[in-house]
Design a protein around this ligand. Structure first.
Ligand code: IPE
Ligand code: IPE
Ligand code: MG
Length: 247
């Protein structure tokens, strides 16, 4: 039996409290590829497989909202070849989603500014949103060209415009109005944000929304992340004592 590698046992999460909204910073694709002497794009392809698996799993176990960070407003700094590979990956996934996921219950939404994407990708994003908007299952927010600071700037501009046009009274500006002017309007704040790859930072993800989110940093690289790691994160979340400023 010495040569038999035991698969990590899946936890029984049926007795645990499920977070309503999970955020995932899908990080570590590049390092995963580097370790294998592969191009970074191979890491992104592997990360894409993990994304499909984890999305399906979250929907199956009854998570109501899942927000995945796929491409940040800062990721445009990367070499063109890497960006091209990522855009191709996004297109492949969205084409597949249109064809194969017709009977799915998942509602697909994009958070972030679609403007810089090419017309083909933009059309696929809109088609996926339109085609899934009347479904009743998990809401999947895919953060693409998303940056929380950019989101907050947009929100401030919208509200300022409303004030200028006498549609918004300054005294009515409150936390709810700000939340309502973010991409995640009408959604609960994330209860849990998971960051694989061991980095202890938020990298411009859901800054406003994560005021009281529980963070779980995991050492696995995203392509190696498995459903058992998600269970583990939910278990850690269950052991946290959330006080929201109270006692
Ligand atoms: C995350 O993996 C994917 C994107 C940011 C698009 P990385 O590409 O950041 O992987 P590392 O952090 O370099 O390992
Ligand atoms: C955050 O990861 C963005 C995504 C996972 C899409 P990065 O790899 O871009 O973050 P930094 O540069 O390590 O902070
Ligand atoms: Mg990274």
């Amino acid at each position: 039996m010495a040569f038999f590698k035991k698969k990590k046992e899946q936890l029984d999460i049926s007795q645990l409290e499920l977070p309503k909204h999970i955020g995932i910073i899908m990080d570590g694709n590049g390092r995963w590829a580097k370790k294998r002497n592969l191009p970074r794009s191979a890491g992104h392809n592997a990360g894409g497989k993990t994304f499909r698996k984890i999305t399906r799993y979250c929907s199956d176990i009854g998570i109501k909202y899942l927000t995945v960070y796929a491409f940040s407003t800062e990721n445009w700094k990367r070499p063109k070849a890497e960006i091209d590979a990522l855009m191709k990956l996004f297109k492949d996934y969205l084409e597949e989603a249109l064809k194969d996921f017709k009977d799915d219950s998942i509602v697909v939404r994009f958070i972030g500014d679609k403007t810089p994407f090419d017309d083909e990708l933009k059309a696929l994003m809109i088609e996926n949103e339109e085609g899934s908007k009347d479904r009743d299952g998990m809401v999947l927010n895919i953060a693409m060209n998303y940056g929380s600071r950019d989101e907050i700037v947009r929100c401030v501009k919208n509200i300022a415009m409303g004030v200028k046009n006498n549609e918004i009274n300054i005294d009515s500006i409150d936390e709810k109005l700000i939340s309502d002017n973010l991409y995640t309007a009408n959604q609960p704040d994330p209860d849990l944000i998971i960051r694989p790859s061991g980095e202890y930072r938020i990298s411009n993800f859901l800054l406003w929304q994560s005021a009281y989110t529980e963070f779980v940093i995991m050492n696995k690289l995203w392509p190696d992340f498995d459903t058992s790691d998600l269970d583990e994160a939910i278990k850690i979340f269950n052991n946290r004592n959330r006080r929201f400023g109270g006692i």
